[in-house]
Design a protein. Structure first.
Length: 68
């Protein structure tokens, strides 16, 4: 999967889940996105009542290609 623009919000990430991945954002799965440098993550989750967007920035090191 290609890196994602970290400026995207819920609507942008939901569109990526639908169009690029072919999944429904409301299926109850957690979708994890990373930036090109691998030092920022966004997690998109639908809990049945609404959408959650978690952000994480790594201060040391980077996330390798363990997430696809």
């Amino acid at each position: 999967m290609a890196p994602v623009d970290m400026r995207l919000g819920l609507d942008g990430l939901s569109a990526i889940v639908q169009q690029s991945l072919g999944y429904s954002p409301c299926a109850g799965s957690v979708f994890i996105f990373r930036n090109r440098a691998g030092n920022r993550l966004r997690q998109f989750l639908w809990d049945g009542n609404g959408a959650w967007l978690f952000k994480r920035r790594l201060h040391q090191g980077s996330l390798r290609r363990c997430l696809r």
